[in-house]
Design a protein around this ligand. Structure first.
Ligand SMILES: [Zn+2]
Length: 832
């Protein structure tokens, strides 16, 4: 069967920001090799009222049908056609409030609200703005023309070509033609935009509403650096004359890489030195670099199908960190990567409810709480594994080859392997198939046998799971000899098991040095583990290894192979730990265990936590210091919050004192604002909630509003928790409700009330953007469901939702938590 291929779109739109409607007219030039009678386009929530075939200045009306279920518009031509034809479609649509398609956004600055309309098309929402061939492989060029109110400003992918006045205070804006690209990357937006510019070979601009221009400078400068790095590293010039970064108040995701017109949530592009913390600053850089990387990975070379979406997101994730590391090497970005990406991916992918990076099927891919950790975090982590395996230079050359070969076209995973194989002469295809095409990842068991180490692999899952899967694993082992030296031995583990000779003078061995390999390790010799512990203590193991050792052990606790006591005992080696990466991870693991355990089992965790975090705080200082390390600033916020939850009186007094400074109208350093807000809520009364509400309404910074959302989840008293829950439902903007609910779900005091609240508020919560509603489910079920597993399972079964991926993964997490609780309770009763 033949098909139509789009060549060019002419889109004419007249948005009305008072009635939130738009009129549209699209002309599509297309081509077919074989005679075709019908044209099948995608269209959704559009009122189509005319379709015409355009031939030599003539317009011939064509019958058409709309199928809302299939999101399709079917046009019947007057007869069979082949070669090139043009059709014109007239329609109207709503500027909706769904944060998808062509939608409205409301910005408030200095108490003044203004509306704008912007687009968000990935993955399949271009069809909400114009009928089109809405598939990433259907690339075409686009001419966009907008008729808008003369007082407004319009932005699209390409620069403005011409602007002319019309009657009734309107004007028409025509944009230059775009490069050949996919529909999901098209953008147009209208609003009260002002630009902060950086002129250069490529014009870089940040678009905001008036009044916050100052907050645009930080991201503007970093975007320029990102662009320069990317052009140099990939060896391919950025093809558009301009790059816009657009701050959008109401935004469902974090940012969107529309070619030349990237959109961001405000807190991911705007930077206020009085409010934005170092963590917030880092987040802006990582996200800007991520979106700039997409201009090549995704925009220039696009996945030939959604199943290869990882080719976009893994590279953008990887270079998101890589570029920031290049610009700010002193920030230790790869440590943030291991905690923020690899650790999250290992946790997500250890569920039975997981799937391969190359998403099976792929037609209905949605980036959500289930898929993102796989295609972003795991994919990015695998790129780090590949780079370590082929070497930095080969990696770069392979990417240059891959991008050059497929520019303005589409690619599948094998195209990437072929390029990397060509430059490195290593068996990449064979190796990567095992990582990309199957779900999960391996647990490598290691045992000593005379002068050999014996490695065996199996799939790692927290819950029992029958699997015969195997991976091709580039194994590396650092062996320490009696003389105090060490060397690294490598091998490829291809089957079930393998062995390597390590000689006889070995006193300890550490598998997966620096944790470049995406797998977990279980040491079966307690003597070796003890030796590694003493190398943690004297820090002869690097920070990545100190991180990975305890993190693998904690995963074995979740699996049920190791007791929590054994993990806590091992932490004794970390008493003098001062590095960000192991500390931040220990903090997260302890907090996880604290939430899982019942009250009477929490004591030891609290005491380990208090002593660890008080020690860290007294060595780095309670107050931020001028010129301190980036990671120190970020670590402090976490330490303050954890120490207070675990009952540290000294830290609580300090943070409460800081909070009272704020209550009196004073200032607190931005690098500890979040934790001070959190502690303020934790130890505050009803007046605190009112104060937060007022402060949030008066604020012009989304960074501040984010801090307040985190604090809203931290109340201790039941009545206050319930008031905060109601406040979130009634007052917090749609885009941010899930943020407060997420922190609430992980507040040990709010946790028991989350499930009944979810059940009674479900109708309202279901109105959230689907991706946000799924985040609520993923936050509430595993924690709020604790102690009522059967009730929760039955609830979703009765609602017919037990097969929904996010429900399934959340229920599995709940099972894991229940199991941890049970196992610890049984152990304790055995001991007594
Ligand atoms: Zn992305």
């Amino acid at each position: 069967m033949g098909e139509w291929t789009p060549i060019h779109y002419r889109i004419h739109l007249e948005p009305d920001l008072e009635r939130f409607r738009f009129e549209g007219n699209v002309e599509i030039l297309m081509h077919a090799e074989q005679p075709m009678r019908e044209i099948s386009l995608n269209a959704l929530d559009l009122a189509v009222w005319k379709c015409e075939l355009l031939t030599a200045g003539q317009r011939e009306a064509c019958p058409f049908t709309v199928d809302p279920k299939k999101e399709a518009l079917q046009i019947v031509l007057p007869g069979e056609r082949t070669g090139r034809i043009s059709v014109a479609i007239q329609y109207t649509g709503e500027i909706n409030s769904k944060m998808a398609g062509f939608y409205r956004t409301k910005t408030t600055v200095g108490g003044k609200a203004s509306y704008g309309a912007v687009t968000q098309f990935e993955e399949s929402d271009a069809r909400r703005a114009f009928p089109c061939f809405d598939h990433p492989a259907m690339k075409a060029t686009f001419d966009v023309e907008l008729v808008i109110n003369a007082s407004l400003v319009a932005i699209s992918n390409a620069p403005v070509k011409e602007e002319s006045a019309l009657d009734e205070g309107r004007k028409v804006i025509r944009f230059e033609r775009t490069p050949k690209m996919s529909t999901y990357l098209l953008f147009f937006g209208v609003g009260e935009f002002v630009f902060t510019e950086d002129k250069g070979k490529v014009l870089v601009r940040v678009a905001t509403v008036r009044g916050v221009e100052k907050q645009a400078r930080f991201a503007l400068a970093f975007a320029r650096k990102s662009l320069e790095f990317s052009e140099g590293y990939y060896g391919i010039a950025y093809p558009l004359p301009k790059l816009d970064l657009i701050a959008v108040a109401d935004f469902a995701a974090g940012a969107m890489e529309n070619w030349g017109a990237i959109t961001f949530r405000e807190n991911l592009v705007l930077h206020d030195p009085e409010v934005t913390s170092r963590a917030g600053e880092e987040r802006i850089c990582v996200v800007v670099a991520h979106e700039v990387a997409h201009q090549w990975f995704g925009n220039l070379v696009t996945p030939s199908d959604w199943r290869y979406l990882w080719l976009n997101e893994s590279f953008a994730t990887y270079f998101g960190y890589g570029v920031v590391d290049h610009v700010y090497p002193e920030w230790d970005l790869w440590h943030h990567f291991l905690h923020g990406q690899t650790e999250v991916a290992l946790d997500r992918d250890a569920l039975r409810e997981t799937f391969p990076i190359e998403i099976p099927g792929g037609e209905h891919v949605v980036i959500n709480v289930s898929t993102a950790p796989i295609i972003y975090n795991k994919g990015g982590s695998l790129l780090r594994e590949i780079e370590a395996y082929v070497g930095k230079e080969n990696f770069r050359e392979g990417l240059h080859l891959y991008l050059g070969k497929h520019a303005y076209g589409n690619a599948a995973s094998h195209h990437l392997w072929e390029s990397l194989e060509e430059v490195s002469s290593k068996p990449i295809s064979k190796m990567m198939k095992s990582w990309i095409e199957q779900p999960g990842f391996p647990l490598v068991h290691v045992k000593e046998d005379d002068s050999q180490l014996v490695f065996t692999q199996e799939r790692f899952t927290y819950q029992p799971h029958e699997s015969h899967q195997e991976w091709v694993i580039p194994l590396a082992v650092q062996v320490f000899d009696a003389q105090g030296g060490s060397r690294t031995v490598t091998t490829l583990l291809e089957g079930k098991s393998t062995a390597i000779d390590i000689g006889t003078d070995v006193v300890a061995y550490k598998v997966n040095p620096s944790h470049s390999g995406f797998y977990r390790v279980r040491y079966h010799d307690s003597r070796n583990l003890h030796e590694l512990g003493s190398r943690v203590k004297d820090k002869s193991l690097c920070a990545e290894d100190r991180w990975g050792l305890q993190n693998d052990l904690y995963a074995l606790v979740k699996k049920g192979d190791l007791s929590l006591e054994e993990y806590l005992d091992f932490l004794a080696h970390y008493g003098g730990e001062d590095a960000y990466l192991p500390l931040i991870s220990i903090g997260a693991n302890l907090y996880h265990a604290y939430l899982v355990m019942e009250d009477k089992r929490r004591e030891r965790i609290s005491s380990v936590g208090v002593s660890l975090f008080e020690h860290v705080l007294s060595s780095i200082g309670y107050d931020p210091r001028e010129g301190e390390a980036h990671t120190t600033s970020i670590l402090r916020e976490h330490c303050i919050w954890y120490a207070v939850v675990y009952g540290s009186k000294g830290v609580a007094e300090f943070a409460q004192r800081m909070f009272s400074v704020l209550l009196k109208g004073g200032k607190v350093h931005p690098d500890m604002m979040k934790s001070v807000f959190q502690v303020g809520a934790f130890s505050g009364g009803g007046e605190t909630l009112d104060w937060f509400a007022k402060r949030s309404e008066a604020s012009d910074s989304e960074h501040e509003r984010m801090n307040i959302l985190a604090a809203l989840g931290c109340f201790k008293d039941r009545a206050l928790i319930e008031r905060a829950q109601q406040y979130v439902l009634d007052e917090v903007p749609e885009r941010n409700k899930f943020v407060a609910i997420g922190t609430m779900a992980e507040n040990p005091y709010a946790m028991p009330f989350m499930w009944p609240w979810y059940v009674s508020s479900r109708k309202k919560l279901e109105q959230l953007h689907p991706v946000h509603y799924e985040r609520v489910l993923a936050a509430v079920i595993p924690w709020g469901g604790l102690g009522r597993e059967e009730e929760v399972k039955t609830f979703f079964k009765e609602k017919g939702l037990e097969d929904h991926s996010v429900v399934r993964l959340s229920l599995e997490k709940l099972e894991i938590h229940e199991k941890m609780r049970r196992v610890e309770a049984e152990r304790r009763s055995d001991e007594s």
